[in-house]
Design a protein around this ligand. Structure first.
Ligand SMILES: [Zn+2]
Length: 240
């Protein structure tokens, strides 16, 4: 089925942490979102095998997204040709307007692998004549697809971007959904008490919101410069 947006991240919880409010906001507009996790996130810190993916499914339901978990191994995610082709195949099958993926990550090697994988997959998806590429035949079964935009949310394990990002999404109205989605992940967060990581994530989104005079915002970089033909798209800035 077609999706308006595909969010590709390494582990179940990355999509929620990086852009859960935006996912809920897209879904609220009656657009469709598919979260693709490159692995099942095992072993989880605080749960037996299999629990984390159940929590991930509940989190996706709360945000209004569908979820697909690929069979990579947590800690060993790499930018490989077969995985590029698999992601390109997903893009060609689901024909999204927007693809999102983690970028500029270096703390966790799995997160670092996402940017080259997603960038290559978006490019492969638009190419023709895969039947003439030894090893690339899988893509010959689907038509080329050109996405409108490739965007990268901020990975919260990484240093702050300051004001060096391309745009922000006001997620004040959907932030409760993001918090509820993250609260499902009892396999990795200490949700019973107050988890320091969750507090840090919320603090960043709140700080970014303050830059714009709203409660919460999630920030993004764009793969290529942004173009609009309707200036009313822009919300007012705090200082013009
Ligand atoms: Zn992660």
């Amino acid at each position: 089925m077609p999706y308006d947006a595909i969010v590709i991240t390494a582990h179940p919880d990355d999509a929620e942490v990086q852009m859960g409010g935006t996912i809920a906001k897209i879904a609220d507009q009656e657009l469709t979102v598919l979260i693709v996790d490159l692995c099942d996130g095992e072993p989880a810190d605080y749960a037996e095998p299999g629990v984390r993916i159940q929590q991930a499914q509940r989190a996706a339901d709360i945000l209004g997204a569908d979820r697909l978990i690929l069979d990579g191994q947590d800690r060993f995610i790499e930018d490989t040709i077969p995985l590029r082709l698999e992601l390109a195949q997903l893009i060609r099958e689901h024909r999204p307007r927007w693809v999102f993926g983690t970028a500029e990550a270096c703390v966790h090697p799995d997160h670092a692998a996402v940017e080259p994988l997603v960038t290559a997959a978006v490019f492969y998806a638009r190419l023709r004549n895969w039947d003439r590429v030894p090893g690339g035949e899988i893509l010959a079964k689907t038509e080329p697809w050109i996405v409108d935009r490739l965007f990268f949310p901020h990975c919260k394990m990484e240093p702050a971007w300051g004001e060096s990002f391309d745009f922000a999404v006001d997620v004040s109205e959907t932030y409760e959904s993001k918090k509820q989605a993250l609260a499902q992940y009892q396999s990795i967060f200490e949700t019973e008490t107050s988890d320091q990581l969750l507090e840090l994530y919320e603090a960043e989104d709140m700080h970014m919101g303050r830059l714009f005079g709203v409660d919460y915002a999630e920030i993004f970089k764009a793969h290529s410069p942004l173009l609009v033909d309707d200036l009313t798209t822009f919300k007012p800035g705090l200082h013009g």
